[in-house]
Design a protein around this ligand. Structure first.
Ligand SMILES: Cc1cc2nc3c(=O)[nH]c(=O)nc-3n(C[C@H](O)[C@H](O)[C@H](O)COP(=O)(O)OP(=O)(O)OC[C@H]3O[C@@H](n4cnc5c(N)ncnc54)[C@H](O)[C@@H]3O)c2cc1C
Length: 475
C-alpha cells in the first residue's frame, strides 16, 4: 500500500487529497494518505464567519468564472445548488481619482476599452490619455521574448495614464502586487497572446467581443463574472473535509522531513509521535515553509523557494443597518479601487452585499475594506482599534458613510500573499526540476502557477495525477 503525506490543509492540500482519493476510487489502486494541518481548522486562507446573519469572508470571497476548476470542484462535491452568481447588473466598479470615486467606463475588458462611446465620455482618463491608449492600434508587438513586468507592458501599449488609473489598481488589486514587479507571463499571459496574435489589445478584445453571443456568454448562457457559495466559501472546505476518507490530522505542525530515498520520514512539531513514513510527500504550504522543510536534502531548491516574496494584507468587514446608511451612500456597484498615486492607506473596498445576495440580512449592507499589499504593508500591523478607526475614517471620507457599523471583523494575513515577480515562471520550472531530483516530492499551492482558488484546484488535480502516474503508470 502506497502512503502519501500531504502537508498543509488549505484548498491546495485538501483538493490534492480529494483528487488522489478519486483516482483511487476509479482504479482501486492500493493507496492511502495522511493530511497534516498545523492550524486548528482546515481551509488556510479560506475562512467564513457568520455573525448576526452577516456572511463575512476573511480571505477569498469569489471564484472567477473564466477559470472553471473551482466551480467544477464545487459541483463535483454536490454543491451545485449552493453556487451563487455575482449580481452583474450592478457590476459598476469605481476608481478613486483625485479624491473622487469615478465609475469605470462600460465596455472595458481587462483594462482595455472595447466600446468607443463610454470610453470617450468617461472623465476618468484625460483626452491626451485616451489618444495614447488609442495608439495601441498602431504600436508594433515587442520583438524580444522573455518575461516583462505588467507595468512595462501596459505603459508600452496603452500609456502611463492607463497604467496609473486602470491597470495598476485593477491588476494590482487582484494580486495585491506592484505592477512594476509583477510578471506578465505568470499573471496575465493572455495579454501577450493578444499582442502576438492580433498586434493590438484593442483589436483582440473587439474580435473576441464579436465572437461572443449578444448576452456575453460563450455557450449561450450569460456567464457571471464570479461565483460564490450561499453560506460562504468555507462551505467548500467543509464539503471537502466531509468527503475525505484518509487520515486527517489537525493542529499538528510538520517540523522536519528526512529523505530516506526511497521515501520520506516526516517529523511533527510536538515530537510525541514516531516519524510518519511516506512514499510521496506533497508540500501544500507557503513557499517559505516548503523552503525550510526541503533545506536538509535539497538546499538549492530551498534557496529558490525562499526567494518567492510574500506580502501581508488584511480585510476589515463592516456591517450596517441599511436604513442608517442608505441616505449617505447607495452601494450601487461592486466597490472601488484606489491607485497608489492617491496615497491612501486603504487599497480597495468591496460592497459585498451588492456583489452577492445573502451576504447581509435583508435590510442591511456589508462592505469589506482591504489594506496592505506591496508597499502598503505597514497598516496591517496596526492594533485593531487603530485599524478600525482608520478604515471608518476612510469610508466616511470616500463614501460619506459616518454611521457606526453594527458588526465588524478584522482578518490579518501575515505574509499571506505570494508575489509573482518578473521571471517567476522560469523560476518555478527550475524548482520543479530540482524537486524531481528526489523521487516522490511534490510542490503545489498558490506560490507557483496561479494564486486564486481555481488555479490551486487545477494544480492539485495535476499533482494527484502525477503521483498516480509515477506509482501506477497510466491507469
Ligand atoms: C485577503 C485575500 C483575498 C483573496 N481573495 C481571493 C478571491 O476572491 N478568489 C480567489 O480565488 N482567491 C483569493 N485569494 C487567494 C486564495 O485565497 C489563496 O491563494 C488560496 O486560498 C491559497 O491556498 P493554499 O492551499 O495554497 O494555501 P493556504 O490557504 O495558505 O494553506 C496552507 C496551509 O498550510 C498550513 N501549514 C503551514 N505550515 C505548516 C506546517 N509546517 N505543517 C502543517 N501545516 C502547515 C497552513 O496552516 C495553511 O492552512 C485571496 C487571498 C487573500 C489573502
Amino acid at each position: 500500500m502506497a502512503h502519501i503525506v500531504i502537508i498543509g490543509g488549505g484548498i491546495a492540500g485538501l483538493a490534492t487529497a480529494y483528487y488522489l482519493q478519486k483516482q483511487r476510487e476509479a482504479t482501486g489502486a492500493p493507496l492511502d494518505y495522511t493530511l497534516i494541518e498545523s492550524d486548528t481548522r482546515f481551509g488556510g486562507k479560506i475562512v467564513t464567519r457568520t455573525i448576526d446573519d452577516f456572511v463575512i469572508e476573511g480571505g477569498p470571497d469569489s471564484l472567477v468564472t473564466t477559470k472553471p476548476w473551482g466551480a467544477a470542484l464545487c459541483r463535483d462535491l454536490g454543491l451545485d445548488n449552493e453556487l451563487i452568481p455575482t449580481n452583474d447588473y450592478k457590476r459598476g466598479i469605481f476608481i478613486l481619482n483625485k479624491g473622487k470615486l469615478i465609475e469605470f467606463p462600460g465596455g472595458f475588458r481587462l483594462t482595455v476599452p472595447t466600446e468607443f462611446v463610454p470610453f470617450a465620455l468617461s472623465p476618468l482618463i484625460t483626452p491626451l490619455g485616451k489618444l495614447r491608449m488609442g495608439l495601441d492600434l498602431f504600436i508594433q508587438p515587442r520583438q524580444e521574448t522573455g518575461d516583462e513586468s505588467l507595468a512595462s507592458f501596459i505603459r508600452r501599449r496603452l500609456g502611463n495614464e492607463a497604467l496609473d488609473k486602470i491597470a495598476g489598481p485593477m491588476m494590482a488589486g487582484i494580486y495585491m502586487a506592484d505592477p512594476e514587479r509583477m510578471s506578465l507571463q505568470s499573471t496575465f499571459p493572455q495579454f501577450l497572446e493578444m499582442e502576438q496574435q492580433h498586434g493590438s489589445l484593442i483589436k483582440a478584445m473587439q474580435r473576441a467581443k464579436k465572437n461572443r453571443p449578444a448576452n456575453g456568454a460563450a455557450n449561450g448562457k450569460p456567464q457571471p463574472m464570479f461565483l460564490s457559495l450561499k453560506g460562504g466559501l468555507n462551505d467548500l472546505v467543509e464539503a471537502l473535509v466531509q468527503r475525505l476518507q484518509g487520515e486527517l490530522c489537525l493542529g499538528q505542525r510538520v517540523a522536519a522531513i528526512r529523505s530516506t530515498n526511497p521515501g520520506f520520514e516526516i517529523r511533527l512539531d510536538n515530537g510525541a509521535y514516531p516519524p510518519i513514513t511516506a512514499d510521496a510527500v506533497v508540500l501544500a504550504v507557503p513557499a517559505y515553509t516548503a523552503a525550510h522543510l526541503v533545506e536538509p536534502f535539497l538546499p538549492q531548491l530551498a534557496q529558490l523557494l525562499a526567494k518567492i516574496r510574500y506580502v501581508s494584507t488584511a480585510t476589515i468587514s463592516l456591517g450596517y443597518r441599511r436604513a442608517d446608511v442608505i441616505k449617505q451612500h447607495n452601494f450601487a456597484g461592486f466597490g472601488f479601487l484606489i491607485p497608489k498615486s492617491e496615497q491612501r492607506k486603504l487599497a480597495a473596498c468591496t460592497w459585498s452585499s451588492t456583489k452577492f445576495d445573502g451576504r447581509a440580512p435583508n435590510n442591511d449592507v456589508l462592505l469589506r475594506a482591504f489594506v496592505g499589499g506591496d508597499s502598503r504593508e505597514e497598516v496591517v500591523d496596526l492594533p485593531d482599534n487603530e485599524l478600525l478607526s482608520l478604515i471608518k475614517a476612510e469610508i466616511a471620507d470616500l463614501m460619506g458613510v459616518t454611521t457606526t457599523p453594527v458588526v465588524h471583523q478584522i482578518f490579518r494575513w501575515n505574509k499571506g500573499n505570494p508575489q509573482y515577480d518578473v521571471g517567476h515562471l522560469a523560476q518555478v520550472d527550475r524548482m520543479q526540476e530540482l524537486a524531481q531530483q528526489v523521487t516522490g516530492l511534490y510542490l503545489t499551492g498558490s506560490a507557483y502557477r496561479g494564486i486564486g482558488i481555481p488555479d490551486c484546484v487545477k494544480d492539485a488535480m495535476l499533482t494527484a495525477e502525477s503521483i498516480f502516474k509515477r506509482l501506477y503508470g497510466n491507469v
